[in-house]
Design a binder for this molecule. Structure first.
Ligand code: DQA
Length: 148
């Protein structure tokens, strides 16, 4: 099966508790369970990681090259600030899909800018936890179309 990393950035460990009116009431653990199950259904072997630390997220991206075919990445607040994470995404030879639970474009202007988006294969925002499901479906289609 094709291996995919789902990487969650800072504060996403608090999913379900953190501003549920914006991010939903599902915990990270339950979300990951759903993503692993959905992955199995569409032929992807999903592994998940979360970190609140910029350098650790970069290490997870670097390591993914040795086992994964793609990454679904919610960089959280680092989306809007981190050149180092953008450089890591650009450095690895893997398709990365940026996802966000909330519609960042309907929120404060500082969330409209993504450092990461220009080096990603694509981006999905605003569908709650289903943004990740859509990301997995998009990754599956992308990997299939690469073979054509
Ligand atoms: C987020 C959006 C970011 O702006 C915010 O800093 C987050 C979560 C989302 O999934 O909607 O931490 O990435």
């Amino acid at each position: 099966m094709k291996k995919i990393l789902i990487l969650h950035g800072p504060n996403l460990n608090l999913l379900g508790l953190r501003e549920p009116e914006i991010y939903g009431s599902l915990s990270l653990e339950k979300l990951d369970e759903r993503l692993i199950k959905f992955g199995e259904k569409i032929g992807l072997q999903v592994s998940t990681q979360q970190s609140n630390l910029e350098g650790e997220l970069i290490n997870f991206l670097h390591d993914a090259v040795s086992y994964a075919l793609g990454v679904i990445f919610n960089p959280g607040g680092y989306t809007h600030t981190s050149i180092a994470i953008r450089d890591a995404v650009a450095a690895i030879d893997l398709p990365v899909i940026e996802v966000h639970l909330s519609n960042v474009y309907a929120r404060g202007e500082f969330r409209h800018k993504s450092m990461i988006a220009p080096v990603c294969a694509g981006k999905i925002v605003g569908f709650g936890w289903r943004s990740y499901i859509l990301g997995l479906q998009a990754m599956s289609d992308l990997l299939a179309s690469k073979k054509e």
